[in-house]
Design a protein around this ligand. Structure first.
Ligand code: PLP
Length: 399
């Protein structure tokens, strides 16, 4: 029996090495990776630039503490600020911690303004913000809240897409609106640009802050550096993680100067957040993502993936119910149960994908993929549909 907590329904499959779009198991079998460790390995596996950055950082100082200056962190922070809405950055080890910082920063901004009762954050059904006590309250998913005592107060939820429903929740305690521009885990739902623009307007009219959770959809995945750029909306706070470290644990909370100004010594902290190893890798990831042509490539591949998925949907109308998402955060709502389908793709077709809410098959390939990889992926998904078709025709399998 495993010594580990049983928190994951793990497969026995273990990988030994990875290269680009592929992972190799202990028998040397190759798997096409459209999972990316849940949108983390944006540059695929074993990117030489990242490997070199981590190795050379490992030969210097591994860890000091945030009570000392960390030059790699300073540089990464400056680069994130230079290219975005943000003026200030706080580094974390994970997405949930980036959201915790976002929530604390928003509340503390109002506390500092002499309005401590303004702590209420409006969030959305179908969202996912992490697994800490604060972020399960923010996500509001009853399945993740059950059994862990009273949820942290200060969150209200409504369905995404309905501005009037959002307005109806605003009161004297309102502080911020928190949303994923493209919901990932909840079912790969891209928010309409008009909805995000409407949220910005509501925030402006009510002196509230707009927080985007770009932990999954950010860092180039949709073809822009941030997914919210498609809507032309400027947020006050953004949480990022996943792809920011390319596989090394790292996250960040970005904010404007106005909002971050109240986060003075003593208000927040992290032992590891922004440590030298993580930031050396983070800088190497940025070198690649900000290189000329990189996001153009992502955009192009996003469009090709969308085209291929439409072909797949035409060929398998009984199995493909709906196409969702944006860029390389793609979802296929399918008719067969997605858990079994993900296992089938993995075990029978050496293809790695991931499920999402609402029985959606989620595709999160490394951003470096080519159209050949897309065609191969479509072939594997099609083959899995064919296999289900053949089994159904043969009648129920005898156990
Ligand atoms: C994964 C995810 C998180 C949580 O990140 P962790 O690193 O697992 O804590 C938060 N928000 C979104 C949108 C995510 O996809």
């Amino acid at each position: 029996m495993s010594a580990l907590f049983g928190t994951y329904a793990r497969s026995d499959l273990a990988f030994e090495r990875g290269e680009g779009m592929r992972l190799y198991d202990q028998q040397g079998r190759s798997y096409l990776d459209f999972h990316s460790g849940i949108a983390v390995n944006a540059l695929g596996h074993g990117d030489p630039h990242l490997v070199t950055a981590l190795k050379s950082a490992a030969e210097k100082v591994w860890h000091t503490s945030n009570v000392f200056a960390i030059p790699e962190q300073e540089r990464l922070g400056q680069r994130l600020v230079d290219g975005t809405f943000a003026d200030k950055v706080f580094f974390t080890n994970s997405g949930a911690e980036a959201l915790e910082c976002a929530i604390k920063t928003a509340r503390h901004y109002f506390f500092d303004k002499g309005e401590p009762d303004r702590y209420e954050i409006i969030a959305f059904t179908g969202s996912f913000h992490g697994r800490t006590m604060g972020t399960i309250a923010a996500g509001g998913n009853p399945a993740y809240l059950e059994g862990f005592g009273p949820p942290m107060p200060g969150f209200k939820h409504t369905r995404p897409g309905d501005l009037d429903a959002v307005r109806a929740l605003i009161g004297p305690q309102s502080c911020a609106i928190l949303i994923e521009p493209v919901q990932g885990e909840g079912g790969v739902t891209a928010m309409a640009p008009e909805f995000l623009q409407g949220l910005r307007q509501i925030c402006d009219e009510n002196d509230m802050l707009l927080i985007f959770d770009e932990v999954q959809c950010g860092f180039g995945r949709t073809g822009r550096f941030f997914a919210h750029e498609w809507a032309g909306v400027t947020p006050d706070i953004v949480a990022v993680a996943k792809a920011i470290g390319g596989g090394f644990p790292l996250g960040a909370c970005l904010a404007t100067e106005k909002v971050a100004a109240s986060m003075v010594p003593g208000t927040h902290g992290s032992t590891y957040g922004g440590n030298p190893l993580a930031c050396a890798v983070g800088n190497a990831v940025l070198d690649r993502i900000l290189a000329p042509g990189f996001l153009d490539h992502v955009n192009q591949m996003g469009q090709r993936l969308s085209w291929h998925l439409q072909q797949l949907a035409q060929k398998y109308p009984d199995y493909v119910l709906e196409l969702r998402g944006k860029g390389l955060l793609a979802g296929i709502k399918i008719s067969p149960p997605v858990r079994d389908f993900v296992a089938r793709l993995r075990d029978d077709h050496q293809f790695l994908a991931i499920g999402a809410g609402d029985n959606v098959l989620r595709l999160l390939p490394p951003l470096i993929l080519t159209e050949d990889d897309i065609a191969e992926a479509m072939g594997k998904i099609g083959a899995a549909f064919d296999a289900i078709e053949a089994e159904t025709a043969a009648g129920p399998a005898a156990d």
